[in-house]
Design a protein around this ligand. Structure first.
Ligand code: KIV
Length: 294
């Protein structure tokens, strides 16, 4: 496994896309990305982007833009379904949203999140829940939270032919127990995070999300693992980066976590457009002749 510098990474990504090869972002293929493509990207030292999506139309925009991996996160709870946390999200809801995202995409690997309560009982419950996401929604992989504590679930899913993305560090389904705090600070917590990372890799996970952990620790995990790390609030050294789409495009209201970079202000754009429409209706200028039939 070769470790490349940031400059070498950028160069290699450019090279891969300009010769039309297999780069996850910028490469050309008219088939779905698979977990094997993800493994090969780590071997090449290639970085890649991942976004969440919760509906077909938004997912199709990301797919057309070349995002190689789309996560139907249970962040749908806060960002799509109007819950305060991810905890109330159900497997029925995740199945419906995941199916929509699969229908809206052609190239991206779609990863469906297993919601709270759908896998904590043990491997058999996890297999039953993951099977629904694969068979009914058509996802190519599932994600679940937990390191050492979830390794038996991961092992059975992988043995059963279901690729698993693990998720360690801050695990929002445990908000009632851990809050939304940085994880892995201090020697003992850092060692636990390393043990969690190795446990999910040994159990067969094809990638692992590192949420809200110190950048230096995320870099170390990325160095010691053979599987790719996907950072969110985990600094620049992870193999991939994920953001919640409503945060990165500025649709979410209120204060953003420090790790979110907003690339657009959709809330303002949409609000302004809606007000213009309302004023046109109230003022009688919409519909005009142009938008009328006779
Ligand atoms: O549910 C989600 O969107 C997630 C990402 C933040 C990784 O788990």
């Amino acid at each position: 496994m070769t470790q490349l510098s940031a400059a070498q990474n950028a160069q290699s990504a450019q090279h891969q896309s300009s010769d039309g090869s297999k780069a996850l972002y910028g490469g050309k293929s008219n088939r779905r990305i698979t977990v094997r493509d993800i493994a090969l990207a780590k071997d090449r030292g290639e970085k890649w982007p991942m976004l969440t999506a919760y509906d077909a139309m938004t997912a199709s925009v990301f797919d057309e833009a070349g995002i190689p991996v789309i996560l139907v996160g249970d962040s749908a709870g806060n960002c799509h379904l109007g819950y305060e946390t991810t905890v109330p999200v159900t497997l029925d809801e995740m199945t419906m949203l995941s199916a929509a995202v699969v229908r809206g995409t052609q190239r991206a690997l779609v990863v469906g999140d297993l919601p709270f309560g759908s896998y904590q009982e043990g491997p058999v419950q996890a297999l039953r829940s993951a099977t629904r996401l694969v068979k009914e929604a058509g996802v190519g992989a599932v994600k679940l939270e937990g390191g050492e504590r979830s390794h038996e679930q991961i092992r059975l899913l992988v043995e059963s032919g279901i690729p698993v993305m693990a998720h360690i560090g801050l695990t929002p389904q445990s908000v009632n127990a851990m809050g939304y705090r940085v994880q892995g600070r201090g020697e003992e917590a850092a060692q636990q995070l390393l043990r969690d990372a190795k446990a999910v890799q040994d159990a067969g996970a094809f990638a692992v999300v590192l949420e809200l952990v110190p950048a230096e620790l995320a870099a170390e995990v990325t160095r010691v693992l053979q599987i790719p790390t996907v950072g969110i609030g985990a600094g620049p050294e992870t193999d991939a980066q994920v953001l919640v789409w409503t945060d990165m495009l500025g649709l979410t209201s209120g204060r953003m976590p420090k790790f979110v970079k907003q690339y657009a202000r959709l809330r303002e754009v949409m609000g302004d457009a809606v007000k213009e429409f309302a004023q046109d209706v109230v003022g009688g200028t919409f519909p005009s002749e142009e938008h009328s039939v006779h």
